[in-house]
Design a protein. Structure first.
Length: 621
């Protein structure tokens, strides 16, 4: 059963203006955090402090670790800065002048940031509490001096920053932010650089929004797929085999099979054909496809096979291209829709691995469509329809849709980009979906549509993507024979609906909090015999239900009935049926479901009918 929680603003629900205000608010809160830290701990060096989707963070270089008590002191100092309602002022500075100030203050990270700013870009800084008029940059002594009195703020503080920010600290609500945690972080994300301390915080416009976020965060912990995966015995990450590799346990494997079977059937009905391709290929293939040029840092090291170099595949698309290239095709054969549940391998640093959400080996629900230019819009619309069907059947009906257009660095002519982008727009308009245009956010080889699904507690997850590609057909010199006998190049459409089967499974676990609908549950029915005298009847029921392709088992623990019921509740079994002396005599079952509670006595055929109706309609029972 899905919990109903207060929704915090998300990109799917908030207007752009509100999001921009939240970003300014959080960026400002990050600066207030840094000012508070250097007020309380003057020896601390500052680095960067951006806003995030739900808050902000700031990285600090400090010899001693920040403690929970330190965070409480820092929060109190931040509230004093906010309540002082200090002005926030932007100043454009000369490079040489600001360099002298930073060197005087002994802030090496700020010096690196200054050196990374291109020579033709303006350099700006933001003051908090800066006096009016602005101080001359040759007199920076106030910047790093201790506060004049205990528990007072600095006279002012500044940071190199492009902004934007709020106008005054008082525009922040003193009770609408909180510091959440401290974690280690390498400078610029490089393991060879110094390790810093990153303080995470969250900030909102009102205390009510903050409370809604904190409630959602607690709910997210309850739903954490890593915790539920262990409790429900669905999967594990076995470190003995290396990080980021998933082991599917029997119940999780059963669910995966259900998902895969559903996916294959949906694609066959939509006119796709299925492919199976290898897990490795000669290094030359990845050179031709461009992956060695654009993606090599995410590919595993090559291996020697009979004096040739092979690599694990990070993508399925070159294999589908080779399959198309196997023979010459006529325009009459197009469109060709090929789909594959293809396992790929990508090198991810250990610090970013996260349960099923970020792994090193995962299965993409990949498909590629080879079509004529005039077929592109209709094929894209078909993909959108199939995406809606599949996501809806898994319980996702709220989406954020982005259309990403041509980036600065790209391949292909203006005409082909215009054709592809127009086809995506027309398909979205015909579908009737609202979408946001992400100018310049497309891939180097073509524009794309990204779909983020909203889960039961309002979080957005990037899953489905659809990309138009004219790069690979060019690289592999693909053709079809046109009506006039000439050889023309096909348009290639990449698309995935789940994105990654592992990640989608993790999202499903969290969306349902492990309380899966009947059609997906690894065990649909558990029979609870009151005593051994009822086991024969229970086993007969199991056989009858299994013949109807229902997933059923008998509690074989020998525990008392109350404990059996409690165990089934903890394991989130959708339907439990008590089998006692009366049930055997009447040839019935005493049925209880997680959704409806006690249903009462049902005959075997009545239970089968209820369950089949729920499964067909993909509903809770």
């Amino acid at each position: 059963m899905v919990s109903q929680l207060p929704r915090v603003p998300t990109k799917a629900s908030a207007p752009v203006s509100d999001l921009q205000h939240l970003q300014r608010l959080r960026h400002t809160c990050a600066h207030v955090l840094a000012m508070a830290v250097q007020t309380l701990f003057p020896e601390t060096k500052v680095t960067i402090g951006p806003c995030t989707d739900t808050g902000f963070y700031y990285d600090f270089d400090r010899a001693d670790p920040f403690t929970p008590e330190d965070l409480q002191r820092i929060e109190a100092e931040m509230r004093r800065i906010i309540q002082a309602n200090l002005p926030i002022i932007r100043e454009t500075v000369e490079r040489d002048d600001i360099r002298a100030e930073i060197e005087h203050l002994n802030e090496p990270y700020k010096l690196e940031i200054l050196d990374s700013i291109p020579a033709d870009e303006p350099i700006t800084r933001y003051y908090i509490g800066c006096p009016d008029p602005l101080p001359v940059t040759a007199e920076p002594s106030l910047f790093n001096q201790p506060p004049a009195a205990a528990n007072s703020t600095r006279p002012y503080w500044w940071d190199l920053c492009a902004g934007p920010h709020l106008n005054r600290t008082g525009e922040l609500h003193p009770d609408a932010f909180v510091l959440e945690s401290v974690a280690g972080a390498y400078w610029r994300g490089d393991e060879t650089q110094p390790q810093l301390q990153r303080i995470y915080g969250t900030a909102w416009e009102t205390p009510e929004q903050l409370q809604a976020y904190l409630t959602q965060k607690e709910e997210a912990k309850r739903r954490d797929h890593r915790k539920l995966g262990q409790e429900l015995d669905l999967f594990s990450i076995q470190e003995a085999a290396g990080g980021g590799l998933v082991f599917w346990h029997p119940k999780g494997a059963r669910m995966r099979l259900l998902i895969e079977d559903y996916w294959r059937q949906a694609h066959l009905q939509a006119g796709y054909e299925l492919l199976y391709t290898p897990h490795i290929a000669n290094r030359d293939l990845w050179q031709t496809s461009g992956h060695l040029d654009f993606y090599q840092e995410n590919m595993f090291e090559q291996m020697a096979v009979e004096a040739q170099q092979y690599q694990l595949k990070p993508m399925n698309c070159p294999f589908h291209v080779l399959t198309y290239q196997h023979r010459l095709h006529s325009y009459r054969e197009l469109p060709m829709r090929w789909a594959e549940l293809g396992t790929v391998y990508r090198y991810e640093r250990s610090g970013v691995l996260h349960g099923l959400m970020r792994v090193r080996g995962f299965t993409q629900d990949d498909a590629h469509i080879f079509c004529l230019p005039e077929q592109v819009t209709e094929e894209i619309l078909g993909v959108l329809n199939l995406t809606e069907q599949i996501l809806s059947d898994f319980g996702f009906t709220d989406y954020e849709v982005n259309l990403s257009t041509r980036p600065t660095k790209s391949v292909g002519s203006d005409d082909i980009w215009e054709l592809a982008t127009s086809a995506l727009q027309k398909a979205l308009d015909r579908k009737g979906w609202a979408y946001v245009v992400d100018e310049g956010g497309g891939a180097f080889y073509g524009p794309k549509i990204d779909i983020k699904i909203q889960d039961a507690i309002g979080r957005l997850w990037q899953c489905s993507t659809l990309q138009v590609d004219f790069n690979l057909p060019e690289r592999f010199d693909l053709h079809y024979v046109a009506a006039d006998g000439s050889r023309q190049r096909p348009i290639m459409v990449h698309r995935a609906i789940f994105g990654s089967l592992e990640r989608f499974f993790g999202i499903l676990v969290e969306n349902y909090a492990g309380d899966f609908p009947l059609w997906l549950a690894p065990v649909q029915v558990r029979l609870l015999p009151v005593s051994d005298a009822q086991r024969d009847y229970a086993n007969q029921v199991v056989q009858a239900l299994q013949q109807q392709d229902l997933r059923v088992e008998v509690d074989a623990s020998g525990d008392r009935l109350g404990k059996q019921i409690r165990t089934a509740e903890l394991e989130k079994i959708p339907v439990v049926a008590v089998v006692g002396k009366r049930e055997v005599e009447n040839q019935t079952l005493s049925v209880r479901t997680r959704q409806a509670g006690e249903i009462g006595a049902l005959t075997l055929s009545e239970l089968q009918e209820k369950m089949q109706h729920s499964i067909i309609n993909k509903q809770q029972i």
